[in-house]
Design a protein around this ligand. Structure first.
Ligand SMILES: [Zn+2]
Ligand SMILES: [Zn+2]
Length: 155
């Protein structure tokens, strides 16, 4: 979904979008969507920038690092992002690029914010560094690939 900023109301623009299955392309990501995200929020002008505040709810599945079984991950992510226009002055742009990751700055262009990109990025950012189906997952046998949680192989 694209949020158009062309006629942004003075008191902000509210949005709510329930994604449908297949609407987001997760092909480049480590996770899959079990239940497509519900995104709610608002966009307000903040000087030169746009501020997007909201909430993403989604149920993902990602493979366990050890046994590769799909692990459900229930997400509810509060979002508070600043979007800065793509074509600002050069000095300013350099500064923003340096800080962009730390300060939750993103770019927008053509007076629109791509909500799909935002949602996918936020889901990716909030994935645990380590996905485990359970703390003591025994993983796969490195020889035969048996799932050691459910069977004992002869290796
Ligand atoms: Zn596991
Ligand atoms: Zn084995």
């Amino acid at each position: 979904m694209i949020i158009s900023l062309v006629r942004l109301p003075v008191d902000g623009l509210r949005f709510k979008h329930q994604y449908q299955a297949g609407e987001l392309d997760t092909g480049n990501f480590e996770f899959e969507l079990q239940e497509p995200p519900l995104v709610t929020g608002r966009v307000d002008r903040a000087g030169m920038d746009m501020r997007l505040r909201g909430n993403i709810k989604a149920l993902l599945v990602a493979p366990c690092d050890r046994c590769l079984n799909q692990v459900p991950l229930n997400f509810e992510i509060p979002v508070d992002l600043f979007y800065t226009p793509e074509d600002t002055g050069e000095s300013r742009t350099g500064e923003i690029e340096l800080n962009s990751r730390d300060l939750d700055f993103a770019m927008y262009e053509n007076d629109e914010i791509n909500l799909d990109e935002m949602v996918l990025e936020q889901l990716e950012l909030n994935l645990p560094s380590r996905v485990l189906c359970r703390e003591d997952c025994r993983g796969l046998c490195t020889q035969c690939g048996a799932d050691l949680n459910v069977e004992q192989c002869d290796c």
